[in-house]
Design a protein around this ligand. Structure first.
Ligand SMILES: [Zn+2]
Length: 306
């Protein structure tokens, strides 16, 4: 469905705020609207719908028209067959037919996608991939922060998949040492490579809880437990990402989130990938940091309608 104009409208829906953006044809240099409202998720699902309606009203009054379509990025997923939300950390959204409800309230066609898919889409269409690898067709984006998520973009489209779990690398099995995960399984990528999981590992060998930033500083000063923690990260990063390279062999991999700021991912982590990839220890895949920072979520949401 095409918009009345070529602008892209998107909303990044978080637990505390909903941010809206309207992008003109010039993309990053052509931001026509950008503002936010509190989500107030604690007030329940109907309140969230009302806040989205309010934000779209603000977008409409600035732009002077209402488009046919709008993209929304959320931490959860719209189950494409059931039509209901799942995996949202704002739990009142889970089980709700959010697309159907918003289509009715907003009188437009809403596309809902996971925020890791939006991250991958934004970096592919407006960010580091567009700037440095403009010919890339298959892009895998990873967020390694308090949780671990992933999104797959092929030819400028986020691949949601049959169940809406396309790209959900964070809950692939990686190693039993990660222990039980909230998802009901154990040893998930997230239980090894998220910031809190690396902090927990450091605590398990020292008895002391420290932030990843402090652990990294200790590693830099040659501390043994700090070194073990950062080596664990690099080793398992390569092992976990080899599953991606061996199946979809992306043209570019973009790593976001706080753990993605650690430079050893791009050196020791890639060395580890050489050990695990099914390609005679050759890795030519560019593995890069993102360019858009916190803006990727809302820009990617807008690109859902492109
Ligand atoms: Zn899990």
């Amino acid at each position: 469905m095409s918009n009345k104009r070529k602008d892209l409208w998107g909303i990044d829906l978080g637990g505390t705020k909903a941010e809206g953006v309207v992008l003109g044809p010039g993309g990053l240099k052509d931001i026509l609207f950008r503002d936010r409202v509190p989500t107030g998720a604690e007030k329940g699902y109907q309140h969230i719908l009302g806040q989205i309606d309010k934000l779209v009203g603000m977008m409409e009054s600035r732009m002077g028209y209402r488009p046919d379509s709008l993209g929304i990025g959320t931490p959860g997923t719209l189950d494409p067959r059931l039509g209901t939300m799942k995996g949202c950390n704002s739990e009142c959204m889970n089980g709700q037919p959010m697309k159907k409800d918003l289509d009715g309230i907003l009188k437009m066609s809403v596309t809902i996608a996971n925020d890791a898919n939006c991250f991958a889409l934004a970096e592919a269409q407006m960010g580091v991939v567009k700037e440095k690898f403009p010919h890339a067709r298959v892009v895998f984006g990873v967020i390694m922060g308090t949780g671990v998520g992933g999104g797959l973009v092929v030819d400028g489209r986020a691949i949601g998949g049959l169940h809406g779990i396309g790209g959900e690398w964070g809950h692939n099995f990686l190693d039993e040492s990660g222990g039980p995960c909230y998802c009901g399984k154990s040893g998930c990528v997230e239980k090894i490579l998220s910031g809190p999981s690396l902090e927990k590992y450091y605590q398990s060998i020292t008895g002391t809880r420290k932030s990843l930033k402090d652990i990294y500083a200790l590693y830099k000063s040659g501390d043994e437990a700090g070194t073990k923690t950062i080596h664990r990260m690099s080793h398992f990063f390569g092992k976990a990402i080899s599953v991606i390279t061996n199946i979809i062999d992306p043209d570019v991999i973009v790593i976001g989130g706080g753990v993605g700021n650690i430079d050893e991912i791009y050196t020791d982590g890639v060395s580890s990938l050489r050990e695990f990839i099914f390609n005679n220890k050759v890795v030519d895949t560019p593995i890069v940091k993102p360019m858009l920072g916190d803006s990727a979520g809302v820009f990617g949401a807008a690109y859902l309608t492109a």
